[in-house]
Ligand binder design. Structure first.
Ligand SMILES: Nc1ncnc2c1ncn2[C@@H]1O[C@H](COP(=O)(O)OP(=O)(O)OP(=O)(O)O)[C@@H](O)[C@H]1O
Ligand SMILES: [Mg+2]
Length: 448
């Protein structure tokens, strides 16, 4: 037996309890003992066990009753009933209540060893089958997207329908709902799947930078443009261009992009050679673009061009059936990454997760599971491991905003660098222009 397992021996007879426990300890297992059913249940609720040896006849709580309770609350724990004589009736009843095996008194050490080994192998097989099933289950997985709820199945079959044509697609959905994964799945399903998938977050650039990111530029087209640069529109040749946060694009850039979509050609900044726009456009936003259009913050013509095909990625709270699969998937992921013992999520904890609203959607779930895996000490994540989700934030006065954190940090570094802007900028890993902007924005001044 290589893996260390934890066993609970429950018997009211001291001698039997101690001899069983002693033998198992010598075989390298972790063993604890309880004198009766009630004590056993109390111990089970506070710790993780793999295997329980349970006497059928105990004064305080009938072994069969205890068995039923254990199998309901902790279905993953293996239970072996200990019985003094071969009674067919009790055997049948115990098996019906979910016992995994029987141990008849008196017994031999070798018999015990074989039994433990057999049970653990069985358990391993079952667990492997379960995880294989969740990996292979075609219904719950579509490329990297997990989901078997009706709305996700509809989404997958809609992607199948539209992936092969080249019309622009607009993905709308809340933050963290999986828009980028959907975009990648569309690309993977399209005829362009052997071409590149090029993504750009439009919210991360100023207008001029975005222009040169998208269109590229010719050498010498502006100060600092030392050599010719290929833009993302060009990089996406033969593949898919993913415009993330498309709601952030300024009205001027919208005009430029609309022209590209209509004429199918573009120029690098500072150049006049026609370049073919050979990409399928997928854009995404968490904003209400229709409303932006009605407020004249977004061009109507551009909006209609983007949303030739519209896809709504549903928020997690509308497909809570998918939550267990998603949670298990992230659990496996972080278990591999962290080497933590987390093996599963207890049923009541899963119910608690399903009762939460998930404003940050799948990304929030992912972060939540990561945190629980890292902090939990037990093999099965419990309700308590997720209590933080429901904690009401402290009073507003006590809370610090991101803006304040940034301001204080910049101020601190500036002081340390005696307001030497170049030095502070390099410590902060931002360029000097950005630092000047921040100084202005936060109204920072050197002390007298
Ligand atoms: N259905 C899903 N199955 C598996 N993982 C998912 C699913 N949906 C989202 N994720 C994961 O959740 C995280 C957020 O997804 P993604 O980045 O696609 O969201 P988004 O809608 O683009 O969010 P944002 O609007 O904030 O950019 C990623 O780590 C992604 O892998
Ligand atoms: Mg995204």
């Amino acid at each position: 037996m290589s893996a260390k397992i934890k066993i609970l021996v429950v018997d009211d007879e001291l001698i039997l309890r101690e001899s069983l426990a002693g033998w198992m300890q010598r075989a390298g297992h972790l063993v604890e003992t309880a004198q009766g059913g009630r004590q056993a249940l109390a111990m089970l609720s506070g710790s993780e066990y793999d295997l329980v040896f349970l006497d059928i006849r105990m004064p305080d709580l009938n072994g069969l009753e205890a068995l039923k309770t254990i199998k309901t609350a902790y279905p993953h724990i293996l239970v072996v009933m200990i019985t003094a004589y071969a009674s067919v009736e009790t055997a049948i009843e115990a098996m019906r209540s979910g016992a995994d095996d029987f141990l008849m008194k008196p017994f031999q050490a070798e018999q015990l060893e074989l039994m433990i080994e057999k049970l653990l192998n069985q358990k391993k097989l079952v667990e492997e089958n379960l995880s294989l099933r969740s990996q292979l289950n075609g219904g719950s997985r579509y490329h990297d997207l997990i989901g078997s709820s009706a709305c996700m199945r509809r989404l997958f079959s809609f992607i199948d329908q539209v992936a092969q044509v080249d019309s622009p697609i607009l993905l709308q959905g809340e933050t963290g709902s999986g828009k980028e994964l959907v975009a990648k799945a569309i690309h993977a399903r399209s005829n362009r799947r052997y071409g590149p998938f090029v993504a750009i977050n439009c919210g991360a650039f100023t207008d001029t930078l975005l222009e040169s990111e998208l269109f590229g530029h010719e050498a010498g087209s502006f100060t600092g443009a030392n050599r010719t640069r290929i833009g993302r529109l060009e990089m996406a040749k033969g593949g898919t261009l993913f415009l993330d946060e498309v709601g952030e694009i300024t009205l001027k850039m919208q005009v430029d992009l609309l022209r590209v979509l209509q004429e199918k050609i573009f120029h690098r900044v500072g150049g006049n050679r026609d370049i073919n726009a050979d990409f399928r456009l997928i854009s995404a936003t968490h904003q209400d673009l229709f409303q932006k259009v009605s407020r004249e913050q977004f061009r109507k013509d551009f909006y209609f061009r983007l949303k030739v095909i519209e896809i709504e990625v549903p928020p997690l709270r509308e497909r809570k059936e998918d939550l267990p699969d998603l949670a298990d998937h992230f659990l496996q992921k972080f278990r591999r990454e962290t080497n933590k013992p987390a093996r599963g999520i207890k049923e009541d904890a899963m119910l608690l997760l399903q009762s939460y609203d998930w404003p940050g959607n799948v990304r929030e779930l992912e972060n939540t599971i990561e945190r629980a895996v890292v902090l939990s000490k037990s093999a099965y994540l419990k309700k308590e491991d997720f209590a933080f989700l429901f904690r009401v934030p402290e009073e507003k006065e006590g809370a610090v905003t991101m803006r304040e954190v940034e301001k204080n940090h910049i101020e601190h570094i500036l002081k340390l660098c005696r307001w030497n802007i170049s030095k502070a900028a390099s410590v902060l890993e931002m360029n000097r222009v950005t630092l000047h902007h921040k100084i202005k924005k936060f109204e920072l001044k050197p002390e007298e």
